[in-house]
Write a protein that binds this ligand. Structure first.
Ligand code: SAM
Length: 196
Protein backbone atom coordinates (compact mmCIF):
# COMPACT_ATOMS: atom_id res chain seq x y z
CA UNK A 1 0.00 0.00 0.00
CA UNK A 2 1.33 3.45 -0.89
CA UNK A 3 0.79 5.96 1.85
CA UNK A 4 0.21 9.40 0.39
CA UNK A 5 0.53 11.56 3.44
CA UNK A 6 3.21 13.80 4.79
CA UNK A 7 3.82 16.53 7.31
CA UNK A 8 6.50 17.86 9.62
CA UNK A 9 6.82 20.08 12.67
CA UNK A 10 6.36 23.79 12.02
CA UNK A 11 5.30 23.38 8.39
CA UNK A 12 2.35 25.78 8.76
CA UNK A 13 3.37 27.72 11.84
CA UNK A 14 2.95 31.25 10.44
CA UNK A 15 -0.51 30.57 9.00
CA UNK A 16 -1.71 28.96 12.22
CA UNK A 17 -0.43 31.78 14.41
CA UNK A 18 -2.07 34.35 12.15
CA UNK A 19 -5.37 32.43 12.33
CA UNK A 20 -5.13 32.40 16.13
CA UNK A 21 -4.39 36.15 16.21
CA UNK A 22 -7.43 36.84 13.99
CA UNK A 23 -9.62 34.61 16.17
CA UNK A 24 -8.47 36.53 19.24
CA UNK A 25 -9.29 39.82 17.52
CA UNK A 26 -12.79 38.44 16.97
CA UNK A 27 -12.87 37.63 20.71
CA UNK A 28 -13.49 33.97 20.00
CA UNK A 29 -13.40 31.74 23.08
CA UNK A 30 -13.72 27.98 23.52
CA UNK A 31 -13.82 27.36 19.77
CA UNK A 32 -14.62 24.00 18.25
CA UNK A 33 -11.76 23.25 15.87
CA UNK A 34 -11.79 21.00 12.81
CA UNK A 35 -8.49 19.71 11.41
CA UNK A 36 -8.84 18.19 7.94
CA UNK A 37 -5.91 16.12 6.60
CA UNK A 38 -3.35 16.51 9.40
CA UNK A 39 -0.93 14.20 7.61
CA UNK A 40 1.54 11.79 9.13
CA UNK A 41 5.18 10.87 9.22
CA UNK A 42 6.97 7.69 10.28
CA UNK A 43 6.76 7.56 14.07
CA UNK A 44 10.40 6.77 14.87
CA UNK A 45 11.62 9.44 12.40
CA UNK A 46 9.57 12.38 13.76
CA UNK A 47 12.30 13.61 16.13
CA UNK A 48 14.89 13.63 13.32
CA UNK A 49 12.76 15.41 10.71
CA UNK A 50 13.93 18.98 10.14
CA UNK A 51 11.27 21.68 10.54
CA UNK A 52 10.62 24.54 8.16
CA UNK A 53 10.71 25.20 4.44
CA UNK A 54 12.42 22.84 1.99
CA UNK A 55 14.36 25.76 0.49
CA UNK A 56 16.08 26.43 3.83
CA UNK A 57 17.29 22.86 4.41
CA UNK A 58 20.84 21.54 4.10
CA UNK A 59 21.59 18.53 1.87
CA UNK A 60 21.76 16.28 4.94
CA UNK A 61 18.35 17.52 6.15
CA UNK A 62 16.87 17.02 2.69
CA UNK A 63 18.25 13.49 2.73
CA UNK A 64 16.51 12.76 6.04
CA UNK A 65 13.20 14.02 4.63
CA UNK A 66 13.65 11.93 1.51
CA UNK A 67 14.47 8.82 3.53
CA UNK A 68 11.39 9.28 5.73
CA UNK A 69 9.24 9.77 2.64
CA UNK A 70 10.56 6.56 1.02
CA UNK A 71 9.96 4.35 4.03
CA UNK A 72 6.57 5.95 4.78
CA UNK A 73 5.36 5.12 1.31
CA UNK A 74 5.92 1.40 1.93
CA UNK A 75 3.02 1.56 4.41
CA UNK A 76 4.96 -0.72 6.76
CA UNK A 77 5.60 1.75 9.58
CA UNK A 78 3.52 3.23 12.36
CA UNK A 79 2.80 6.92 11.79
CA UNK A 80 2.78 9.92 14.06
CA UNK A 81 0.99 13.18 13.36
CA UNK A 82 2.15 16.56 14.64
CA UNK A 83 -0.48 18.97 13.28
CA UNK A 84 -3.32 18.39 15.82
CA UNK A 85 -0.90 18.92 18.73
CA UNK A 86 0.56 22.01 17.10
CA UNK A 87 -2.90 23.49 16.52
CA UNK A 88 -3.98 22.89 20.12
CA UNK A 89 -0.73 24.39 21.43
CA UNK A 90 -1.13 27.53 19.29
CA UNK A 91 -4.84 27.95 20.10
CA UNK A 92 -4.56 27.18 23.82
CA UNK A 93 -5.07 30.87 24.71
CA UNK A 94 -8.62 30.50 23.36
CA UNK A 95 -9.30 27.38 25.48
CA UNK A 96 -10.52 25.09 22.65
CA UNK A 97 -13.65 23.19 23.62
CA UNK A 98 -13.28 20.26 21.25
CA UNK A 99 -11.30 19.18 18.20
CA UNK A 100 -12.48 17.05 15.30
CA UNK A 101 -9.85 15.43 13.06
CA UNK A 102 -10.59 13.90 9.64
CA UNK A 103 -8.21 12.17 7.24
CA UNK A 104 -8.72 9.49 4.62
CA UNK A 105 -5.69 7.52 5.87
CA UNK A 106 -6.51 5.10 8.70
CA UNK A 107 -2.91 5.25 9.95
CA UNK A 108 -3.16 9.01 10.46
CA UNK A 109 -6.40 8.63 12.42
CA UNK A 110 -4.85 5.83 14.51
CA UNK A 111 -1.96 8.15 15.33
CA UNK A 112 -4.41 10.75 16.65
CA UNK A 113 -6.26 8.10 18.69
CA UNK A 114 -2.95 6.98 20.24
CA UNK A 115 -2.17 10.56 21.28
CA UNK A 116 -5.57 10.85 22.96
CA UNK A 117 -5.08 7.49 24.70
CA UNK A 118 -1.60 8.48 25.91
CA UNK A 119 -2.99 11.82 27.09
CA UNK A 120 -0.64 13.80 24.86
CA UNK A 121 -3.83 15.69 23.96
CA UNK A 122 -6.15 16.65 26.82
CA UNK A 123 -8.79 18.62 24.88
CA UNK A 124 -11.64 16.26 23.82
CA UNK A 125 -10.83 14.95 20.34
CA UNK A 126 -12.92 12.98 17.87
CA UNK A 127 -10.86 11.41 15.06
CA UNK A 128 -12.57 9.88 12.03
CA UNK A 129 -11.47 8.35 8.73
CA UNK A 130 -13.19 10.29 5.97
CA UNK A 131 -12.79 11.02 2.27
CA UNK A 132 -13.66 14.70 1.88
CA UNK A 133 -14.28 14.27 -1.85
CA UNK A 134 -17.40 12.23 -1.10
CA UNK A 135 -19.32 14.36 1.42
CA UNK A 136 -18.97 16.95 4.14
CA UNK A 137 -19.12 16.36 7.88
CA UNK A 138 -22.17 16.91 10.09
CA UNK A 139 -20.61 19.48 12.40
CA UNK A 140 -19.51 23.09 11.91
CA UNK A 141 -16.20 24.42 13.22
CA UNK A 142 -15.46 27.88 14.60
CA UNK A 143 -11.93 27.31 13.30
CA UNK A 144 -11.23 25.00 10.36
CA UNK A 145 -7.68 24.05 9.35
CA UNK A 146 -7.29 22.35 5.97
CA UNK A 147 -3.72 22.79 4.75
CA UNK A 148 -2.18 20.97 1.78
CA UNK A 149 -5.17 18.68 1.38
CA UNK A 150 -7.26 19.99 -1.55
CA UNK A 151 -4.20 19.95 -3.84
CA UNK A 152 -3.80 16.21 -3.03
CA UNK A 153 -7.32 15.27 -4.16
CA UNK A 154 -8.49 14.16 -7.61
CA UNK A 155 -11.90 15.85 -7.33
CA UNK A 156 -10.70 19.22 -6.06
CA UNK A 157 -14.06 21.01 -6.53
CA UNK A 158 -15.96 18.53 -4.34
CA UNK A 159 -13.22 18.31 -1.72
CA UNK A 160 -13.04 22.10 -1.46
CA UNK A 161 -16.84 22.54 -1.30
CA UNK A 162 -17.16 19.86 1.40
CA UNK A 163 -14.36 21.38 3.47
CA UNK A 164 -15.66 24.95 3.18
CA UNK A 165 -19.16 23.77 4.17
CA UNK A 166 -17.79 22.76 7.59
CA UNK A 167 -17.01 26.38 8.57
CA UNK A 168 -19.54 28.01 10.89
CA UNK A 169 -20.91 31.42 9.77
CA UNK A 170 -18.57 33.94 11.40
CA UNK A 171 -15.90 31.24 11.72
CA UNK A 172 -12.42 31.17 10.20
CA UNK A 173 -10.87 28.71 7.77
CA UNK A 174 -7.12 28.39 7.22
CA UNK A 175 -6.67 26.78 3.82
CA UNK A 176 -4.11 27.21 1.05
CA UNK A 177 -6.21 28.27 -1.92
CA UNK A 178 -5.75 31.29 -4.19
CA UNK A 179 -9.27 32.59 -4.75
CA UNK A 180 -11.66 33.78 -2.07
CA UNK A 181 -14.59 31.33 -2.07
CA UNK A 182 -18.14 32.59 -2.48
CA UNK A 183 -19.70 33.44 0.90
CA UNK A 184 -16.27 34.10 2.46
CA UNK A 185 -14.13 37.18 3.04
CA UNK A 186 -10.32 37.05 2.90
CA UNK A 187 -8.94 38.18 6.26
CA UNK A 188 -5.29 37.11 5.96
CA UNK A 189 -2.87 35.06 3.87
CA UNK A 190 -4.71 31.74 3.36
CA UNK A 191 -7.35 32.72 5.95
CA UNK A 192 -11.02 33.35 5.17
CA UNK A 193 -14.04 34.26 7.29
CA UNK A 194 -17.41 32.68 6.50
CA UNK A 195 -20.01 35.39 6.01
CA UNK A 196 -23.17 33.38 5.52
C1 SAM B 1 0.18 16.61 2.25
S1 SAM B 1 -0.66 16.01 3.66
C2 SAM B 1 -0.83 17.56 4.53
C3 SAM B 1 -0.61 17.39 5.99
C4 SAM B 1 -0.66 18.67 6.81
N1 SAM B 1 -1.97 19.29 6.76
C5 SAM B 1 0.40 19.64 6.39
O1 SAM B 1 0.08 20.68 5.80
O2 SAM B 1 1.58 19.35 6.65
C6 SAM B 1 -2.31 15.77 3.02
C7 SAM B 1 -3.21 15.02 3.99
O3 SAM B 1 -4.53 15.08 3.47
C8 SAM B 1 -5.10 13.78 3.49
N2 SAM B 1 -6.07 13.68 2.39
C9 SAM B 1 -5.79 13.74 1.07
N3 SAM B 1 -6.93 13.62 0.36
C10 SAM B 1 -7.94 13.50 1.26
C11 SAM B 1 -9.35 13.35 1.14
N4 SAM B 1 -9.94 13.27 -0.05
N5 SAM B 1 -10.08 13.27 2.28
C12 SAM B 1 -9.49 13.33 3.49
N6 SAM B 1 -8.16 13.45 3.66
C13 SAM B 1 -7.40 13.54 2.56
C14 SAM B 1 -3.92 12.84 3.29
O4 SAM B 1 -4.19 11.55 3.78
C15 SAM B 1 -2.84 13.55 4.10
O5 SAM B 1 -2.83 13.13 5.44
Amino acid sequence: MTLKTTTWQGRNLEKLILTKDLAMKKKMTEPEIINFGPGGSVNFMVRYLPSGRKADLSLRQLGIRKFESLIRKTGLFKLNTVEPKEILRIFQELSPKKMYVYDREKKVIRAVERMVKNEVITVPVVATTKDMQKSSVDILGDIVVALNIVSRTRDKMSALANILFATKPGGLICINIQETPEGFKKVGHCIFERLS
